[in-house]
Write a protein that binds this ligand. Sequence first.
Ligand SMILES: Nc1ncnc2c1ncn2[C@@H]1O[C@H](COP(=O)(O)OP(=O)(O)O)[C@@H](O)[C@H]1O
Ligand SMILES: Cc1ncc(COP(=O)(O)O)c(C=O)c1O
Length: 272
Amino acid sequence: MSKKILTIQDISCYGNCSTTVALPILARFGIETAILPSAILSTHTGGFKDFTFLDLTDEMPKIIDHWWHEGIKFDAIYTGYIGNPKQFNIILDAKEKLLKEDGLFIVDPAMADHGKLYTGFDEFTIIGMKDLVSVADYILPNISEACFLTGNTYEEVQDDDYINRLLADLYQLGAKNIILTSVADDYDSLGVISYDGITKTTIMKELIDKSYHGTGDIFSSLVVAGILNGKPIKENLDFATDFVMDAIDITLDDPDHDYSTKYEEILKRNIK
Ligand SMILES: Nc1ncnc2c1ncn2[C@@H]1O[C@H](COP(=O)(O)OP(=O)(O)O)[C@@H](O)[C@H]1O
Ligand SMILES: Cc1ncc(COP(=O)(O)O)c(C=O)c1O
């Protein structure tokens, strides 16, 4: 039977990230997707100046309560970029009211990259993300987010001891499954490591020397689709990393598309 998911993140109207990539990707893999926007921005916050920002904190509880009264329930809730620290408690309320008893709570703590918090985020964002992480079935932090969540110092290139410490500290926070992204064991590689408290699965690939906004959201949406569709973790992570790399590859030769990848070209392929 097909699955039903609720994704809670911003709508960046232009720029191919968050809700505007989650919806098409999840739908492409047969998952019915409802959205609860945390904010509406004219663009994402990376690389565009003077973006607009409409905070939807006041609207969110109304939408949740309407669905609750309708008896709507989801197989999974997947959270991303949060528009305001006040939304963390609203999201926990949505989990109580709208997630099926055996449903999955999946958190992409989208708040930082390259060792820095995104524009507009502060310690209240970190505290709120920790609350979500503590009750999550899956979390998908990058190295920067893992550091802000656990109080470790950011390292651009990481050795085994450092990664093991991050994974142990994240697991200690309460997350049942960790999918750590932007892992680099040297300056020529990039990949992901998953950890479920017992087993570590590592997928490392050659670094493409260019980064784009939105790749984290594309990666997370693909992995979430794989989890809901019961894809084995290694296959799931391998597929998602290859997809993101292909999306980067086809965007490299288009200087007018610096703000995100042209991932639609890859989504168009006959993928299973
Ligand atoms: N330039 C790149 N070269 C190779 N792999 C990449 C590149 N950018 C992203 N990826 C792959 O996609 C994953 C998620 O993308 P990333 O942008 O690092 O996520 P996040 O937003 O969590 O930082 C990475 O861990 C890596 O496996
Ligand atoms: C508003 C907004 N949402 C989501 C993201 C997440 O982007 P990424 O997929 O690069 O982590 C960003 C990053 O720039 C953003 O500004």
